[in-house]
Design a protein around this ligand. Structure first.
Ligand code: NAP
Length: 317
């Protein structure tokens, strides 16, 4: 069975894969072109891509050999699932193993935005810090503030758990229905997104990317947010209209934002780069050594099950 891994994976995972299968690794870690990805569909039994690859209809139509797309990562909005299904190609992801790391990063962004940590560090490194004073870089407390969680799945709940038990925040959430897990967090179910936005001091996004959630946070949603509140996005860039967000940050309607993801990565919307009140991280949600290895081992478990003809642990269709 021939496998193509599209980007560098942690050493331990690349070793484990190479011991078991005929694997082509990407030692230079250069992203493959759309043409190369399409050709791979005809040359490999398994394609093991990640979020930086766009596996669209044309790529999937590129060849008939591939029967498994084993994605490295939980989000799969970069893969045309309908086109894969139509060709009988299974798609798997790596859920659960990156929940804690991504929730930790959502809290990192909440804290950095609330306490103006990026602004402070930039000021200090520029040699512009004139010393402690009572009115310097005043931010916001978290205790007793409302965290509005949009999408109350694994990462949304893990973020709420940290915010509530770690920082004394109150939790409200928007989801397609109430969730049993909310009781342990004393979390209030909010069936209307505008209502959640209007009552939240911090809004943290945890829905999947894709057509259903594209520009969920647009001009209208941003104006529904409480004046002086904060928007945090570790979900997918396409969930937010970034021009509208830049406007809301410039006008002061929002006090701040913290972003880990962007619509056209690695491009970062120009309008945000010059703003002091937005924290901009380079898609670091799952970036711990432990998590990145666990993600690879989870992808490997799916490939092994596929090779043995066993049920796939993490099918997304
Ligand atoms: P999950 O457990 O599937 O949670 C997603 C939740 O969103 C589910 O509870 C789902 O509701 C809800 N949802 C889906 N569409 C919705 C809509 N239109 N309105 C309201 N709620 C909706 O997934 P997860 O593991 O928490 O991951 C969430 C996302 O985080 C991933 O899809 C990925 O894009 C992103 N992520 C980013 C990073 C990073 O590095 N920044 C790392 C990991 C993941 P139901 O329960 O009703 O299905």
């Amino acid at each position: 069975m021939r496998i193509l891994v599209t980007r560098r994976w942690p050493d331990a995972v690349e070793r484990a894969l190479s011991e078991r299968f005929d694997v082509v690794l990407n030692e230079s870690d250069t992203p493959l072109s759309q043409t190369e990805l399409g050709e791979a569909m005809g040359a490999f039994d398994v394609l093991a891509p990640t979020v930086s690859d766009r596996i669209d209809t044309e790529v999937i139509a590129g060849g008939d050999r591939c029967k498994l797309i084993a994605n490295y990562g939980v989000g799969f909005d970069h893969i045309d699932i309908a086109a894969a299904s139509a060709k009988g190609i299974a798609v798997t992801n790596t859920p659960g193993v990156l929940t804690d790391a991504t929730a930790d990063l959502a809290l990192t962004l909440i804290l950095m935005a609330a306490r103006r940590a990026g602004e402070g560090e930039r000021e200090l490194r520029a040699g512009e810090w004139s010393g402690w004073r009572p009115t310097h870089l005043i931010g916001s407390a978290l205790k007793d503030k409302v965290l509005g969680v949009v999408g109350f799945g694994r990462i949304g709940q893990a973020t709420a758990q940290r915010a509530h038990h770690g920082f004394g925040m109150k939790i409200a959430y928007f989801a397609r229905g109430p969730k049993d897990e909310a009781a342990a967090l004393d979390a209030e179910f909010c069936p209307s997104l505008p209502d959640l936005l209007a009552k939240s001091d911090f809004v943290s996004l945890h829905v999947p990317g894709g057509d259903d959630t594209a520009n969920l946070i647009d001009t209208k949603a941003l104006s529904a947010m409480k004046p002086g509140s904060y928007l945090i996005n570790t979900a997918r860039g396409g969930v937010v209209d970034h021009d509208a967000l830049a406007q809301a940050l410039k006008s002061g309607h929002l006090a701040g934002a913290g972003l880990d993801v962007y619509p056209q990565e690695p491009q970062v919307p120009e309008a945000l780069l010059g703003l002091e009140n937005v924290v901009l991280l380079p898609h670091l949600g799952s970036a711990t050594a432990e998590t990145r290895e666990a993600m690879g081992m989870r992808a490997l478990a799916n490939i092994e099950a596929f090779a043995k003809g066993e049920p796939l642990p993490d099918p997304v269709q």
